[in-house]
Write a protein that binds this ligand. Structure first.
Ligand SMILES: Nc1ncnc2c1ncn2[C@@H]1O[C@H](COP(=O)(O)OP(=O)(O)OP(=O)(O)O)[C@@H](O)[C@H]1O
Ligand SMILES: [K+]
Ligand SMILES: [Mg+2]
Length: 713
């Protein structure tokens, strides 16, 4: 087992998170002022109707306002008309603020995104780009006139006018406008990583030629702005299902409450035969329209109805705080339902800077000869692995004895799993996965020495990647590429396991290395020697068992798998193809962030469930507060278990509680309920216990307290 973990390196997604937020903290006071204004603007019926539960409250407010103005509107009131008017007025006032509070919850949630959008927009200004025409001439072109496929030249100090891929040049780019990270990022063409640039970022050094990949208004920052602003926010399937459920519940209570007057009338007739007409009248007037509306509003799920969209928006927002751009709320929620997490080994589970550590000779060759062959084989290999091999070979005094211009580079591909160089004198040098090189040598009539397997095993058992090196049909030796498992992963995978998420490591590397790394990192399963096609198959296979799969990737060859996965997270450092196929982009290019995303998604679902449970459980107390006032005077006082001061005080207390609970719960809706890594089953039980039981008890206490404080008799 590997013991040489670098103790100074932190898990990639911890530690620096706060400093990485891509927008400055929103001005909170301005945010609340804006939200208060918005809460009143949202009273517009056209907007209000989108939330059926709160719309009922809004309509109820209008009706109670009418009976405040004229208490006799729906039949003569027998009680003191001024007293009736006062009560109706108070009810109207509270109902109105119930709607405003719900609007406020949504406005606060939206406001954070708007503030973010503003700060993003401020980084965006029309830029003049140097467009390269097909004949090579350069013309100044406004960034709004650039189209997909156009070629531009960017010089040091200039803003990159639009998204694109670097096709020539090399330079460092300041991406702090989107990532908040001030360290410059090196951009160069060709490689899977580091070839894509984002409009609105600034080139710090040298010169780049960029092929534009997005039409105006379709760029990454544009998409980010419209996302955080909520312009593209559509309800997720879960949210729609819950909205429908709440609407149905509202309808049920509407029917229930509308049966109260006939029922009360029936009892009144009965009461009049025993206690006389005076008592019966009391009962008939008790069921006044304003009180029935109060009962209805108390019973329908206004708490969750008022907080539902804030919870969803906050979920997207929390993802943004982690420096991840989600293309939809649906993607965020899907994270919460993930059963299987597919991770690739190099760069995800390991630190990824696989560096050449040692040359191990076989077949009677010397270390020097292996270094020489490795240098020649890696001459055109631009991958970090290739570069590190060149560096180690040069340290071992290897030199070139041919003109590199006349040699031909054989690029690495995940399919062949080797790379190399064809020399001018006809020699073919190759390096790559050991079995791939074995195949290459055998196809040229060569032998595979037993020593090779020993070297292969030795490197693999250390968790390293062994690369065999050969010249034509002669195997020279093995290059030990050393890699290190990221610290702290085991705990994170343990956490996922407790949430019921299975982790699968997918790697193109050999079985032994894979098993050593898998064991050290603590993943549940691993698949070795995987081709890009295998990656899609693994995802499809999991999905065919009804599982939801998340995957992280960065390469163009990851794009199909990213698209196939239910949640695909592309690295910002990755190719445009990968970013387009994925439904999330991680601006920090930190593959382990999926673990945080799963947590956020789960937290979103749990918060919604918890507040729904709480909202519905609240009804019991409110029911017992209001129902005796409808029947109370008629001697059914046994229902008055809360012993509230009077009918008026009971109704008003219940409604005040009902209204205030919305703003009280806004922080919880925005922050999410405290998350613990438990399975769905355990979480359900826990939530029913806390939010169900709490939801029953809390309002009894709160309503009783409000009743005591209220100066109503
Ligand atoms: N530059 C290279 N030249 C030759 N062979 C390479 C090179 N890079 C990798 N290989 C070999 O090809 C195998 C597959 O590499 P690749 O980087 O495609 O793996 P992968 O499928 O992305 O999985 P992971 O990145 O998790 O290891 C490696 O295990 C190694 O044996
Ligand atoms: K309610
Ligand atoms: Mg890889």
């Amino acid at each position: 087992m590997q013991t040489n973990i670098n103790p100074s390196s932190k898990p990639a997604s911890q530690g620096t998170r706060d400093s990485r937020r891509h927008t400055p903290k929103a001005d909170m006071r301005g945010l609340y002022q804006r939200a208060i204004k918005e809460s009143f603007i949202k009273l517009n019926p056209k907007v209000a109707v989108r939330n059926p539960v709160m719309f009922i409250v809004w309509v109820g407010t209008i009706v109670t306002l009418l009976v405040t103005i004229n208490p006799n509107l729906f039949g003569t009131v027998q009680a003191d008309i001024n007293q009736q008017r006062l009560l109706n007025g108070i009810i109207t006032f509270i109902l109105f603020f119930t709607v405003v509070f719900a609007n406020f919850a949504e406005a606060v949630a939206e406001g954070r995104g708007k503030a973010q959008a503003d700060s993003l927009r401020s980084t965006r200004s029309d830029t003049v780009a140097k467009k390269v025409l097909p004949d090579g001439t350069i013309v100044d072109t406004n960034s709004t006139e650039l189209r997909r496929g156009d070629i531009i030249r960017v010089s040091a100090g200039e803003m990159i006018a639009a998204d694109g891929d670097v096709i020539a040049g090399l330079g460092s780019v300041d991406e702090s406008a989107i990532t908040g990270e001030s360290a410059p990022v090196l951009k160069q063409p060709g490689t899977d990583i580091a070839s894509s640039v984002t409009g609105g970022t600034r080139l710090l050094s040298d010169e780049l030629t960029v092929r534009i990949s997005a039409d105006p208004g379709q760029g990454f920052i544009d998409r980010m702005i419209s996302l955080v602003e909520g312009a593209e926010r559509s309800k997720t399937p879960n949210e729609i299902a819950l909205t429908v459920l709440l609407a149905v519940l509202t309808q049920v209570f509407l029917i229930v409450v509308s049966t109260v007057p006939p029922f009360a009338g029936y009892i009144a007739n009965f009461v009049s035969t025993i206690y006389g007409e005076a008592a019966a009248n009391n009962l008939r007037t008790g069921a006044s329209i304003a009180i029935l509306i109060s009962l209805l509003v108390a019973l329908i799920p206004t708490t969750i109805g008022g907080l539902l969209s804030a919870i969803g928006i906050a979920g997207m927002d929390r993802v943004a705080q982690f420096n991840v751009v989600a293309t939809s709320g649906r993607a965020v929620e899907a994270c919460g339902d993930i059963n299987t997490l597919v991770l690739d080994k190099t760069g995800t589970i390991t630190l990824g800077n696989r560096l050449a550590n040692e040359f191990i000779p076989v077949n009677g060759h010397s270390v020097q000869e292996v270094a020489q062959a490795s240098l020649e084989a890696s001459l055109f290999d631009e991958t970090p692995e290739g570069r590190s091999i060149v560096a180690l070979a040069e340290k071992s005094q290897a030199t070139l004895d041919f003109n590199t211009k006349s040699a031909e580079g054989i690029e690495f591909s995940a399919k062949t799993r080797m790379s190399g160089t064809n020399l001018p004198d006809g020699r073919e040098l190759r390096k790559g996965a050991v079995d791939a090189i074995k195949g290459f040598v055998r196809s040229r009539g060569g032998n595979v020495p037993a020593q090779l397997d020993e070297a292969f095993e030795r490197v693999s058992r250390l968790g390293g990647t062994p690369l065999a090196v050969c010249q034509d049909n002669d195997i020279y030796g093995v290059i030990y590429l050393k890699d290190i498992v990221k610290p702290g992963l085991r705990e994170r995978f343990d956490q996922l396991r407790r949430m019921g998420v299975k982790t699968i490591m997918l790697t193109g590397d050999n079985r032994i290395t894979a098993s050593v790394i898998a064991e050290e990192a603590g993943v549940d399963d691993f698949i070795a020697e995987a081709t890009p096609e295998d990656k899609i198959d693994v995802i499809r296979n999991e999905q065919s068992q009804g599982k939801l799969v998340a995957m992280t990737g960065d390469g163009t060859n990851d794009a199909p798998a990213l698209a196939q996965a239910n949640v695909g997270v592309a690295m910002n450092s990755g190719t445009q193809a990968a970013k387009e196929a994925a439904n999330m982009v991680d601006l920090d290019s930190d593959p382990t962030k999926l673990i945080d995303l799963v947590t956020i998604g789960k937290q979103l679902l749990i918060t919604r469930g918890a507040l729904t449970t709480f909202s519905v459980a609240n009804d019991i107390a409110k029911y017992f507060a209001i129902i005796p006032t409808i029947f109370g005077a008629a001697g059914i006082g046994a229902l008055n278990i809360m012993q509230l001061k009077s009918a008026q005080s009971a109704i008003v207390s219940a409604l005040i509680y009902n209204a205030l609970i919305i703003p009280v719960l806004i922080p919880l809706a925005l922050k999410g309920v405290k998350f613990r890594p438990l399975t769905a089953d355990q979480l359900l039980k826990r939530n029913i216990l806390i939010y169900g039981l709490g939801g029953i008890i809390a309002p009894f206490i709160a309503i009783k307290l409000i009743d005591i404080i209220l100066p109503l008799s």
